[in-house]
Design a protein around this ligand. Sequence first.
Ligand code: ZN
Length: 200
Amino acid sequence: MTVRYIESSKLPTPWGIFEMHGFEDGDKEHVVLSMGDIHGDQPLLARIHSECLTGDALFSLRCDCGAQLQAAMHRISVEGRGVIFYLRQEGRGIGLLNKIKAYNLQDQGCDTVEANEKLGFGADMRDYSILKPMIEHLNIGQLKLMTNNPRKIKALQELGVDVVERLAHQPGRNPHNAKYLETKKGKLGHMLENGEDSDS
Ligand SMILES: [Zn+2]
């Protein structure tokens, strides 16, 4: 697999002006948003965010993705430096239309893991190996990672990415995603505190 750097530009947002770096990975296009000096000696605040069209762009409350993305942009702007890897692996890697099928099964009572399995997918199909060439290209060192997902930290450590700290990151709990978050905690091992918003 070859990941190619294409170009960078500015991206003004409600949280300040980010640099946006574009990468190509086969037929997939990924972006990295950065703010401040990302090459310094101090560990870099980071979020690895997998695309969720419904949550990130359509304001869905079925999950917590949109709130997590916005909170990450906010935290980086407060710190003045940090990075968000925005990976195009929709629906924990099953794609948008399969995610709609999974949502349909959830409307009928399945939880998120059961729905994926009914469709013949693993509970989590995301692949983080594309991160390594991006991190090397951007010359990023140690990360302070905003995540509740121990699998993500393990996958990064296996890739040789230096995660020196985990920062809890759980904004966006609401009545529509309470069951989803409980499933992430119970079946996917996410480190979620009950009913607490760490950053909103
Ligand atoms: Zn989502």
